[in-house]
Each structure stands twice: as structure tokens, then as C-alpha cells.
Write a protein of this length. Structure first.
Length: 322
């Protein structure tokens, strides 16, 4: 997938105002409209201009797009960074595909998803709405927590950034901090609802709610699959051959003793039932065995390996013979 420089597509600077972007779009849309321009690539250019405008006219999409920085060049191979939209607060269901009904490129979908949703943004009400009462928009944000928080529950202070326009039409972000209780047993992909923490209501309408989509910080030890957790356990050759008992850490902060049977093979999955993420039906903790081979850095160690070789008639590649 190739990166799309939407500013380059519209021919505007990254600091362009809302008015600059609208003006550039109108000029290019007229130029490349298929009813006017019969050049072979006019329709494709028209679609590219429309997609660029769909992102840059939307305060929330633009702020999220901008935070990836200006180091990416148009046409460069691109994969969205993991959790690239973490901590951004969006209105009305997030920015997934919202408001853009044209053909969506792979690049657009990788960032904003698919579909035709009601467009988020600043919103507003007309004069005839005066005296009426509306509940405020729901807001959405993605946050990362530690795996241990899902095991034990936790209280955390989070910082969210809400994109907005300043008086000059430039995109800025407003930060707010919230104290959040992380419930024990929450899983990646679940939403944590904070009542009344969304957009303000109109009249006597109450504020909307804030939905926090949960994901986990990358962990150097554990992998998570739903409510199951995986741990790679390195073992020395003599431990897998002779059997042993080892201490295994858990994300809850405790340790368990695990018996390794003799002649255990690499890649064996050992299930610790109910030791995954807690819930009414808790997940499991799977320990996956890995054989760690010590290096031969001196003569004594090399000699030990030579004696080891003599003691066994063993060829690990017999299955490769045709």
C-alpha cells in the first residue's frame, strides 16, 4: 500500500486553513470533473481530490492524519503504525469512513475504515432549533492499558486530545485528563462507557457519553488472544530431556510452579486452566516451550558439546530425506 499525501493532492500547505482547503478543492473539482474534463485520467484525479478533501475538511480526520507527521512521502510504502489513533477523542462514533461516500482507496480504509456513517466534527444547530433540547453527541477514543490492569483492575488517569478549529481556521487539539476505573476482566476491543463525558447537550439535554475502546500496551512477555494469554517459556536442553519444575510468572503479578515432563518437545502448549484474563468464564494461560541452546564460548564448553554429540545417534533432519 502506498502513502497518500492529501495536502499535495490539493496543492495546499500542511498549515492551510479550512477556507484554503475548501477553495483548493472547488478549483480542482471543477478542473477534473468527468463532465468537463475528457482526459483519460480526469476521473481518477477527480476521485483523488474528493478523497483528500473528505479527510482535510474534517477536523477530526485531519488531526489524526496530521499526527503521523510529515516524514511520509506520497507513493512511499506505508503501513499504519500500531495504535496510531490512540488517545484521540472523536465525536459521533469516531471517524470510521464517516461522511465520504466516494470510492475509498485502500489507504483511506486502512486509516478510517469503510462505510457511510454520519459525519462527526464540530456539529451545530440552526436557529429554528432554539428552545429545543438535544442530548450531546457521544464521543469515542481508543486507549491502551497494561495487561495487568485487566487481571487486577486499576484506577488510571488518562489524557485525551480532542481536535478542534481555532478562530483562524487552523486545526488544534485540546487536552483533557480523566480519572478512569479499569474493571477487572476487561478485554481488548471492549468499550468502557463514561456517562456524561461526551459532547455537551443543547437546552436541557444532557451531555453525551464517552466510549473508551480498550487495547493493551505491547508486552515483551505475553501475547493476548481474546481472553487467553500466551507465554513463551525458554528451557535448557537438559530440562526438556530430563524434566524439571520451573516458576512461571503470570500477568496478575503472581508466580506458578509448572512441571515440565521428561522428553518435552519444543512448541508444546501447556494449558493453565482459568489463568487467563478473569471473567465469569476466565480465559486460560498457555505456556509454549522453547529450547534455548547455550553458546559454546570456550574450550571446555566446546568439549562438552563434542561429548554430547558422541553420546547420541541423533539426526534432527531425518524427516527432510526424500
Amino acid at each position: 500500500m502506498k502513502f497518500k499525501d492529501y495536502y499535495e493532492t490539493l496543492g495546499v500547505a500542511r498549515g492551510a486553513t479550512e477556507a484554503d482547503i475548501k477553495s483548493a478543492y472547488r478549483k480542482l473539482a471543477r478542473k477534473y470533473h468527468p463532465d468537463v474534463n475528457k482526459e483519460k485520467d480526469a476521473e481518477e484525479r477527480f476521485k483523488e481530490v474528493g478523497e483528500a478533501y473528505a479527510v482535510l475538511k474534517d477536523t477530526e480526520k485531519r488531526a489524526a492524519y496530521d499526527q503521523m507527521g510529515s516524514n511520509w512521502k506520497s507513493g512511499q510504502d506505508f503501513t499504519p503504525p500500531p495504535n496510531w489513533n490512540e488517545g484521540f477523542e472523536f465525536s459521533d462514533g469516531g471517524f470510521g469512513g464517516g461522511g465520504y461516500e466516494g470510492d475509498q482507496s485502500e489507504f483511506f480504509e486502512s486509516l478510517f475504515g469503510r462505510g457511510k456513517h454520519r459525519q462527526g466534527g464540530r456539529g451545530g444547530h440552526s436557529r429554528q432549533d432554539q428552545g429545543m433540547h438535544f442530548k450531546g453527541q457521544d464521543h469515542h477514543a481508543k486507549i491502551l492499558i497494561d495487561l495487568a490492569d485487566a487481571y487486577n483492575g486499576a484506577k488510571r488517569t488518562i489524557a485525551l486530545h480532542m481536535p478542534t478549529l481555532d478562530a483562524s481556521g487552523h486545526v488544534t487539539t485540546q487536552e483533557r485528563k480523566l480519572d478512569v476505573s479499569i474493571p477487572k476482566g476487561i478485554k481488548a476491543g471492549q468499550n468502557l462507557r463514561l456517562s456524561g463525558q461526551g459532547g455537551p447537550g443543547m437546552g436541557e439535554g444532557g451531555a453525551g457519553d464517552l466510549y473508551l475502546e480498550i487495547d493493551f500496551h505491547p508486552n515483551p512477555i505475553y501475547r493476548v488472544d481474546g481472553k487467553d494469554v500466551y507465554l513463551d517459556l525458554p528451557l535448557a536442553p537438559w530440562e526438556v530431556a530430563l524434566g524439571t519444575t520451573v516458576k512461571v510468572p503470570t500477568p496478575a503479578g503472581t508466580t506458578l510452579e509448572l512441571t515440565i515432563p521428561a522428553n518435552t518437545i519444543a512448541g508444546r502448549k501447556m494449558r493453565l486452566k482459568g489463568k487467563g484474563i478473569p471473567s465469569k468464564e476466565p480465559g486460560d494461560l498457555y505456556v509454549v516451550t522453547i529450547i534455548a541452546t547455550p553458546p559454546a564460548d570456550n574450550d571446555a564448553q566446546k568439549e562438552a558439546y563434542q561429548e554430547f554429540e558422541k553420546a547420541f545417534e541423533f539426526n534432527p533432519r531425518t524427516h527432510l530425506k526424500g
